[in-house]
Design a protein. Structure first.
Lengths: 247, 228
């Protein structure tokens, strides 16, 4: 059932023209940043040869590219998560799911997986761009892998939070703005924390992405992403159950 | 708010839930289909408790809400297959179920059309088709003929009659003619309470004369209004 709902979500996204528009614009931005980073690497390459342990091409390009993608997703994911439940409620299609023999777990996970698959598809061009450099240079596969994994984990937190906020309202626009406000708020808390060891850094998903961005797989960050996503998915399920109880 | 309601539906029966706008018809149907939970009371479908075993119970239900739950970006076939799979039909039997539902609802020519471009009447038929595609024991229809033209109303009513032979059907309406033409039994709701329960013929009779459906309906609801 989870697969069925996920595939329906994916199918609905792929038949809407606006999805393809977003896809195209995003690929343009990714490509522009990629080429920009590549150009600056080529400019600085002669000076880098004089530095001991100079960063390689993968590091110079991958880290800013994925960091920018992480920031863009913070703005973009709420645009997609707003549809998940709020729009279904507004269009009165949610009754189909509520009256079908499904648990809230099926509904929430189906929608979560469907959107996550789509976003992975959307981001899949990032490693592909980097691998276009493979014929000319030696790439750091580990760094690319850790960035891809980090970005996927970061996206799961964005989607689960957006899904929960989408379950709170029947107005998709409010769901989108709400999710964006919370995500940007968490990011600002991280940026505004005064000392480097302040505990406030740890509430921001983007902060936990930084170690992946530098090629470090830290189990504490993986646990953070897992716990964050699970909490919001459970809250979304609870919200759907409460809606049945209180209308 | 709905209170003190007791409904019973037998196999092969069409039950009409009648009432003014805002009487609580849609809320009752939402309770019966598991879209809402009751604060207290019991609902059982084919002997299965809907509150405690919702997944088993809902497999027996087909529901058409007041506004058909249509994904407008999908075409009719995609949508109906999705609805069938959601209701537990396996992928091997889904095509047969789709063909039967389309044939019963007169949707054979529009299978590949996008739901967004269909007329209101066809959208309503797609809504009915999704409610019956898994051959449920209980079919719940919330105002199934609203917004249809007279010919479409006639078709939908004859479809409901036909469904009533093999399934149990509950439909809500505020149209007395609908009750008269399709329902075996009728329950009248007024401000969340049940004010009449009986056969359509019983509602039709007053002082030994038939043809008093409208008058009796108005009298019952007014009496209830005065009593509160």
């Amino acid at each position: 059932m989870i697969r069925l709902i996920a595939m329906r979500e994916l199918r609905s996204l792929l038949v809407i023209p606006s999805t393809w528009f977003v896809f195209a614009v995003l690929q343009f931005i990714f490509a522009w940043f990629f080429l920009n980073a590549l150009e600056s690497f080529l400019d600085f390459q002669p000076q880098m040869t004089q530095i001991a342990n100079a960063p390689g091409v993968t590091h110079v390009i991958t880290a800013p590219l994925f960091n920018m993608a992480a920031l863009l997703l913070m703005m973009l994911v709420p645009m997609f998560t707003m549809r998940l439940i709020a729009e279904e409620r507004r269009n009165q299609t949610f009754a189909l799911l509520l009256s079908s023999p499904l648990s809230s777990l099926n509904i929430v996970l189906g929608k979560f997986v469907g959107l996550l698959l789509f976003l992975i598809l959307l981001m899949s061009t990032l490693p592909l761009m980097l691998y276009t450099l493979a014929p000319g240079t030696q790439l750091d596969h580990g760094l690319i892998f850790s960035n891809c994994l980090g970005l996927i984990l970061l996206t799961t937190t964005y989607v689960s939070l957006g899904l929960y906020i989408s379950a709170l309202t029947t107005q998709p626009v409010i769901a989108a703005i709400g999710a964006m406000a919370v995500l940007v708020g968490l990011w600002l808390v991280d940026l505004g924390a005064s000392t480097p060891d302040s505990p406030w850094h740890h509430v921001s998903p983007l902060h936990h992405f930084q170690s992946f961005n530098n090629g470090l797989l830290d189990s504490r960050d993986i646990i953070f992403f897992f716990v964050f996503s699970t909490i919001f998915l459970l809250l979304a399920m609870r919200r759907i159950d409460n809606n049945r109880r209180y209308g | 708010m709905i209170r003190d309601i007791s409904l019973e539906l037998k196999r092969g029966e069409v039950l009409g839930l009648l009432g003014h706008n805002g009487a609580g018809k849609s809320t009752t149907l939402q309770l019966l289909t598991g879209c809402l939970h009751p604060d207290s009371g019991e609902i059982s479908v084919c002997g299965v408790d809907l509150v405690h075993q919702p997944i088993t119970a809902k497999a027996h239900i087909g529901y058409l809400p007041e506004i058909p739950p249509l994904y407008r970006e999908l075409n009719v076939n995609e949508y109906l297959k999705y609805a069938a799979r959601l209701r537990g039909i396996d992928s091997a039997s889904v095509n047969a179920a789709l063909a039967l539902a389309k044939q019963r609802c007169g949707l054979n020519g529009v299978g590949k059309k996008n739901i967004s471009i269909l007329s209101k009447g066809y959208q309503q038929r797609v809504g009915i088709a999704q409610a019956i595609i898994h051959q449920p024991d209980v079919i719940v229809l919330d105002e199934p003929t609203v917004g249809l033209d007279p010919a479409q109303i006639r078709d939908v009513r004859s479809l409901i009659r036909e469904l009533g032979d093999s399934h149990s059907v509950i439909l809500s309406t505020h149209l007395l003619s609908e009750v008269e033409s399709v329902c075996d039994r009728v329950e009248i709701l007024h401000t969340g309470e049940l004010v009449f329960s009986g056969t359509t013929a019983e509602l039709d009779v007053r002082d030994g004369k038939t043809g008093n459906l409208e008058e009796n309906f108005i009298r019952l609801t007014e009496q209830h209004e005065e009593s509160i």
